[in-house]
Design a protein around this ligand. Structure first.
Ligand SMILES: O=C[C@H](O)[C@H](O)[C@H](O)COP(=O)(O)O
Length: 250
């Protein structure tokens, strides 16, 4: 691992540990676990705290896809499912880019639909990320585009729709060397990445994309997060809250 990669991993870990230490309720019953490389550290912290008796042993954990299901099982935690537990105390998840209002782009790992389902069922939704995701405007740092989950038969039609809406690039996400053809999501759909440049009005864009026939959901999470924790290069954590407060944690 290069020193740049090591700094990024340390930042992710710090953000995740701080978020769990701050927002995991002492009386939690049901907790959502997001997807991606940062959430791995959330689970690491939960496992540590459970072993230390600092969090209840009987919490049910709700995954947002295949990866987080494996994290929960391998961590020896109790696995639930969102259709059995539609009320979640708190959900922790990663993000690809977060703006000052805590609106974010998600779905870089193709997990956006189940992530949004778990987030909307959660009384509190907390983001964990490294410094690269802390942005002033969506679409300025995450340049591969807004991930959009689409029913496979609709991909060509939705790509046309997105171009007509002003997208600069519209790409069907492919499996690369590991798979000929498109990435298939945990819900058996495909992902289209649509880059719109700087997104002036994320809420309107999210609504317009969601209304396209064939779209299952959009990786724009609007007004959902209560707090976002960013691990920084210097070992501090920047915490941002939905009321606009910003705190640096040493
Ligand atoms: O589909 C993937 C999810 O939205 C992830 O939470 C997001 O891509 C951030 O992932 P990472 O923590 O690996 O940067």
């Amino acid at each position: 691992m290069s020193s740049v990669e090591a700094t990024i991993e340390a930042a992710k870990r710090l953000a995740a540990f701080t978020a769990i230490d701050t927002h995991f309720p002492k009386d939690a019953k049901v907790v959502g676990i997001g997807s991606g490389s940062t959430v791995i550290y959330c689970v690491e912290r939960i496992v540590q705290k459970k072993a230390a008796g600092e969090i209840p042993a009987d919490v049910v954990y709700i995954p947002t896809g295949f990866q987080s299901k494996e994290l929960i099982i391998n961590g020896g935690l109790q696995l639930g499912a969102v259709d059995g537990y539609p009320v979640i105390d708190v959900a922790f998840d990663g993000a690809d880019e977060v703006d000052p209002a805590l609106n974010c782009i998600k779905g870089g790992g193709a997990c956006l639909f189940q992530e949004k389902l778990v987030a909307i069922c959660a009384k509190k939704f907390v983001l964990v990320a490294d410094f690269r995701k802390n942005s002033t405007a969506l679409g300025t740092q995450w340049l591969q585009g807004v991930p959009i989950e689409v029913v496979p038969t609709a991909h060509a039609k939705v790509r046309q729709d997105l171009l007509a809406m002003g997208a600069k690039t519209v790409t069907l996400r492919l499996g690369g060397k590991a798979k000929a053809g498109p990435v298939i999501t945990d819900n058996c759909n495909v992902i289209i990445d649509a880059h719109f440049g700087e997104i002036a009005d994320p809420s309107t864009l999210a609504r317009e994309i969601k209304l396209l026939v064939g779209v299952v959901d959009v990786g724009l999470f609007i007004n959902m997060a209560a707090a976002s924790y960013f691990g920084n290069e210097d070992g501090t954590v920047t915490a941002k809250f939905s009321n606009g407060d910003v705190k640096t944690i040493q």
